[in-house]
Design a binder for this molecule. Sequence first.
Ligand code: GLC
Length: 422
Amino acid sequence: MWLASGAVGLATLLVAMAPARPVTIALACAAVGIEYELCRTGAETWASESGNRVELVQSPSLANNRLGLFQQLLAAGSGDIDVFQIDIIWPGTLGRHFVDLRPYLGDDAAARHFPATIENNTVDGELKAMPWFNDAGLLYYRKDLLEKFGHAVPATWQALATTARAVLAAERAAGHARMVGFVFQGKAYEGLTCNALEWLASSGGGTILDRNGRITLNNPRAIAALERAASWIGTIAPKGVLNYAEEEARAVFQAGDAVFMRNWPYAWALVNGVDSPVQGRVGVASLPTGGPGERGMGALGGGALAVSKYSAHPAIAADLVRYLTSPEEQIRRAIAGAFNPTIPSAYRDPALLAAQPFMARLYETLTNTVARPARLAGPRYNQLSSIVWNAVHDTLSGKGDAAANLAAAERRLQRLSRDGQW
Ligand code: GLC
């Protein structure tokens, strides 16, 4: 009797101790700068600790191309990818394809993040993705050149243009023929919507939609802000900027060929990397304002991790999400890649503060951002954004003026929203 029950007990114990059959989780990460590499190292640590495997799927670096690919896969109900890195603007568009993470990860995991990032990823009461990093548009500048020619860090867009022109002229006169004044994301894609929103919001030109979803895009201050940006093309900014996304802008700035750059925090780790020609010669600040009484504001960006409803292993996939979005992993990514944590307590971590002092210095800038109207527009956000970036791109390219292009964009937005009802 004893023997028999002892044998059963032992068998149960052995089963419990045996590692569960390893499962392979496919994870689609973005690949801007060293993002893919950081994703891989994090996911591999989880795999070795949990006894599972990860298969990394590289996805396009342009936000809208990534969205198109994910939409195709998810609309087909494909279980090929278990975990998706999604953009902060996509929960409304893709949310219905993702599991609610709360039952898997518990309320505590969500409670440690900035409440706004959790709210952003919540659709119809379900937590569709766990915040992974936050982004905010920043102004990068060449500290050495501003010092050399006696200029302050520009507080207004006007001052940015004047300083860029002066430094550019001096550098060119000294034989630096490739030098340009300002690089940013001017290609017709999501990144241009972010840049344009910053120009508008810092100039009293609104935020495309107001709080109630009313379309405010077409207004005199927005028109003036766009005209100002159009005046940069071919003067302080190269014409090529009309085809720059994040990495093209960084390449020019990092090569030492631009005085100013607008980019996200990830660029900080790279422009200061050991192999960067401008290492130690770069400063970072809040974006300029349109003038007195205005505030410079970075667009809110960022990423989150979601588990597909079509995954064969949602619990294990959710465990990978738990690991990657944990404070420890977010701090590792902040130190190695300047990815901003979505967990307030991480900003008090001594190792992070020692490695990235700008995160404490610019804490206000990094956390007081202007959000794109993605929650208001819901699944129609990508169409809204493409109307905006096309109108802006046309204006920067000299195809029609800001007033005509914004008026046309306003009409398109009205049709898209059925007269302001999103
Ligand atoms: C960054 C931001 C993201 C934004 C994208 C635009 O990846 O994190 O939110 O949509 O840039 O290019």
